[in-house]
Design a protein around this ligand. Structure first.
Ligand code: NDP
Length: 479
């Protein structure tokens, strides 16, 4: 007997969305000049109008951040800075439901994920870094470290609030001030965060938020008043930023794309591995830089494994992100949907076999069903390029060395997964894999204490943990 789920919609009444927003500069909301609509990708409803930051806005934000750095923040003791971070973390927890609902409306991700992952982790990043603010000399990074000054931070749309927390918390804990630009399609939780800064009575100008598109991001990157750039997004834009700062004194960290291999050996606990593969690629609609988008599967268990994977995929509930039962929400934008479609059509044309469970997709909004491709070879575009959607490419191997060779055959190196019951095999494989984060018998586990970042085209530097602090400090010696 199958039990059907009754709808369990979250109420949106907790959030109040203004019809139009400006920027947050020098502790105040200031009007923008041009605006663009931000929509709910699950319904295409216009939620609000967002200001597109111009040179004048970026100049004003950098000036406010400099003033706050020189006049207040760099003079304040770590203990006092820490108090503000603790306060921000607590307010985020108090307003957690509001943040979760707003994130889901603006981004399209299931409320279950924004409520249970994004918002608690964002608050955890502030708590963790609040603890470091007065203990930096004990972080093993040297005793004469200094903040860079004003940090320009540019974040993507896949984890809007969480990426803000990854950037703002370590910057503030180490004594930097911030000019942050959220992604064009997902600015609303950053603007709610600005209200939290006001509520926490954070000194004016310590955090400035300038909304806008890529051109606003470029203005921040190229601004002479910025001392450090922290970027998360595509490898393509990361390369543009690396070129732009190459001839300057700006310090830079880049968190870019990935094409992670999730390797399943024939001695793996199969049911757990199936669950891990599902989580690895379908969490957050696959809009995850470290998503396990390539399943590298030992050939002798491939048939049994794929059968179980398909049975499990049949149970994925796709639809209204505000429904607490939903597993897979909306694709964040029409542009991203077109990119996913283009790459999957390339998969068909290059000869891979596509499979999706039967699922009715809503008629409005941007949707893509959970999809796997079998018969994928290493030359296929779907094995090489970041699809950034709910699409898994399955490759097979016969020997452990072949698994490693296939996993490493990518210009990226952000993350990898290993599924095996043998500890020795896990340790051997982890040493061979060229990836910044490696999970064994689990996937997509995030923690503020743990450094995150990649090799090769996946970026430079680490975020989180002690390593992440060093990116916001000058004169660091790694002891
Ligand atoms: P982008 O790299 O274009 O966007 C990331 C951020 O950078 C956004 O805030 C964006 O602004 C901004 N930006 C864009 N151009 C510039 C520029 N020249 N200088 C400074 N900042 C800039 O990613 P997209 O959103 O366009 O997504 C494209 C692809 O990137 C995806 O399909 C996916 O494959 C990958 N991606 C990877 C992510 C990751 O975490 N690894 C995250 C997001 C995307 P705006 O959004 O306003 O244009």
């Amino acid at each position: 007997m199958t039990f059907e789920y009754a709808p369990a919609p979250e109420s949106r009444s907790i959030v109040s969305i203004s019809p139009q927003y400006g920027h947050f500069i020098g502790g105040k909301f200031v009007a923008g000049t041009k605006h663009f609509p931000t929509i709910n990708p699950a319904t295409e409803e216009v939620l609000s109008k967002i200001a597109c930051g111009t040179k004048i806005d970026v100049d004003a934000a950098v000036k406010a951040a400099r003033k706050a750095y020189v006049g207040t923040w760099s003079k304040m003791s770590g203990k006092e800075r820490g108090k503000y971070l603790f306060r921000i973390a607590r307010i985020m927890q108090e307003r957690a439901r509001e943040f979760a609902v707003l994130e889901t409306l603006d981004n399209g991700k299931p409320i279950r994920e924004s409520r249970d992952v994004d918002v608690p982790l964002a608050a955890a990043h502030f708590f963790y870094h609040a603890g470091w603010a007065d203990k930096l000399e004990y972080a093993g990074l040297g005793t004469s470290t200094k903040p860079h000054g004003v940090a320009g931070q540019i974040i993507p749309w896949n984890f809007p609030l969480l990426m803000l927390a990854w950037k703002v918390a370590p910057a503030l804990a180490t004594g930097n001030t911030v000019v942050l630009k959220p992604a064009e399609t997902t600015s609303l939780t950053a603007l709610l965060f600005a209200q939290v800064c006001q509520e926490a009575e954070l000194p004016a100008g310590v955090v400035n938020i300038v909304t806008g598109d890529g051109s606003t991001g470029a203005l921040i990157v190229n601004h002479p008043g910025i001392d450090k750039i922290a970027f998360t997004g595509s490898t393509e834009v990361g390369k543009i930023i690396a070129r732009a700062v190459a001839s300057t004194k700006k310090s830079v960290t880049l968190e870019l794309g990935g094409k992670a291999a999730n390797i399943v050996f024939d001695d793996a606990p199969i049911d757990e591995a199936v669950e891990g593969i599902i989580n690895g690629i379908f969490f957050n609609q696959g809009h995850v830089c470290c998503a396990g988008s390539r399943l590298v599967l030992q050939e002798n268990i491939a048939d049994e494994f794929l059968e179980k994977l398909k049975i499990r995929m049949n149970k994925i509930r796709v639809g209204d992100p505000m429904d607490k039962n939903t597993d897979l929400g909306a694709i964040n934008s029409q542009e991203q949907l077109l990119k996913i479609r283009e790459l999957t059509i390339a998969g068909d044309k290059e000869g891979a076999q596509r499979w999706s469970p039967e699922c009715a997709l809503p008629s409005k909004g941007f949707w893509f069903p959970p999809t796997i491709f079998t018969g994928v070879t290493q030359g296929h575009r779907i094995a090489r390029e970041e699809i950034f959607g709910p699409v898994l490419s399955v490759l097979t191997f016969r020997t452990p060395q072949e698994a490693i060779d296939k996993a490493n055959n990518t210009p990226f190196g952000l993350s990898a997964g290993i599924w095996s019951e043998k500890g020795s095999r896990i340790l051997w494989a982890a040493q061979q894999l060229r990836a910044g984060v490696i999970w064994a018998n689990t996937f997509n586990k995030f923690d503020p204490t743990s450094p995150f970042g990649g090799y090769k085209e996946s970026g430079w530097g680490r975020e989180g943990g002690r390593h992440g602090l060093s990116a916001y400090l000058k004169g660091v010696s790694h002891e």
